[in-house]
Design a protein around this ligand. Structure first.
Ligand code: 1CP
Length: 352
């Protein structure tokens, strides 16, 4: 297996900067849209292990990437806990009955019981792992408890997530009850992905950046760390990356937790990010996804700039600062990948 992605996270020597792309399987690829068109419902596609494996491999076939990610979604967990979930085109995920109070949280299925409904995700991991033939590692994932709670309480995506933040201040113990329940199931869920063949894990904290500096450690980071510590005890060899979108300012506290890597969005330079983590974790990021709308030359320049900013001793995985946009031209991705190969060869320098 080409292990460079794992080597960077595990602090082993490596000779080129590994790269993968958040949301690398998705609508920007015509071959994804073709498979997607066979299913009316997005979750129906997630339940089909062969379709999941096929679309997970599409970006690997097209581009020279160092990791594959399981094709699924973070909202599989709330659905398994009993919430009705629809993906409405043009609007994204919608829960018909968002959580409103303590009673609705108590009514959610218990972690062990909900896990019984998530076997399809482990199947997707197994099928994708077999299809990859051990060429590159497979990343399993879940959403952070805070980010799952955001959708479960608000009912859908939002700019402000007012209902969620109202609960945080008006009924904090109710919100903590939900976050604890989500952390418990996430432990079992990630463990099941490892047992099915995942080589590394990623926790997506897409909405952590909505929190204040005081509340981020209490409502998001501690729950991600709690999940990660459980995984580390049982599977110490499996690297875990936390990605808090908007969390660049908190990288120092993230790096002090049990994770092996931290994802970074484009609001902070790689140089500043590296200074904050002080060598404690690997960094992943952080090209602005909108840079892929630019000319080939501007993409090459943007990639080059990231490598120039990077502190040479930082362990580093190239990625976008968030998921790729659905209307990006796949040829522009190729330009980015080739630029990373050109500027990210570090075999001449000493590996950390
Ligand atoms: O019809 C379609 O094709 C639906 C689009 C889509 C896709 C391709 C959704 C709905 N989910 C996915 C797959 C997905 N989701 C993957 C695997 C693909 C890959 O990375 O190759 C992953 C890792 C996710 C994770 C995910 N889902 C996150 C965290 C990462 C992030 O981008 O911040 C979040 C927040 C979601 C929720 C979600 N699911 C789908 C959409 C459109 C959204 C976002 C809604 C919103 O912005 O609020």
């Amino acid at each position: 297996m080409r292990t460079t992605y794992l080597d960077v996270l595990q602090n082993k020597p490596y000779t080129h900067t590994p790269l993968w792309i958040m949301r690398q399987a998705g609508r920007y690829l015509p071959e994804y849209r073709q498979v997607r068109s066979k299913f009316t419902d997005f979750m129906e596609m997630c339940r089909n292990a062969d379709a999941c494996a096929e679309v997970a491999l599409q970006p690997i076939t097209r581009y020279d990437l160092d990791a594959s990610i399981v094709f699924s979604d973070i909202l599989t967990i709330p659905e398994a806990m009993g919430m009705d979930l629809q993906f409405i085109s043009g609007q994204g995920p919608v829960f018909s009955s968002p959580l409103q109070d303590k009673q609705s949280i108590c009514n959610l299925l218990a972690p062990e019981e909900a896990m019984g409904k998530l076997e399809y995700v482990a199947n997707a991991v197994r099928t994708t792992k077999a299809a990859l033939q051990d060429k590159i590692p497979l990343i399993g994932f879940c959403g952070s408890p805070w980010t799952l709670a955001a959708y479960m309480i608000e009912g859908h995506g939002s700019k402000q997530f007012t209902k969620l933040r109202k609960m945080m201040y008006s009924a904090p113990s109710t919100l903590h009850l939900l976050l604890e329940k989500l952390a418990e199931i996430s432990k079992l869920y990630l463990a099941s992905q490892i047992q099915a063949g995942a080589n590394a894990l990623m926790i997506f904290d897409t909405w952590g950046g909505l929190l204040s500096a005081q509340n981020y450690p209490l409502f998001s980071l501690q729950y991600m760390d709690n999940i990660c510590q459980y995984i580390k005890e049982k599977y110490p060899h499996i690297p875990v990356t936390f990605f808090t979108k908007g969390g660049g300012i908190w990288l120092k506290s993230i790096a002090e937790k049990s994770c092996d890597g931290a994802g970074v969005d484009w609001s902070i330079s790689m140089h500043d990010a590296a200074l904050k983590i002080d060598g404690k974790v690997a960094l992943q990021g952080n090209l602005d996804p909108a840079a892929l709308y630019g000319s080939n030359q501007s993409i090459q320049e943007a990639v080059k700039q990231i490598f120039q900013q990077k502190v040479p001793t930082a362990r580093y995985i190239f990625n976008l600062g968030h998921g790729i946009y659905p209307d990006i031209d796949p040829d522009k991705v190729k330009v980015m990948v080739e630029a990373v190969r050109e500027y990210g060869n570090i075999s001449q320098k000493s590996a950390v």
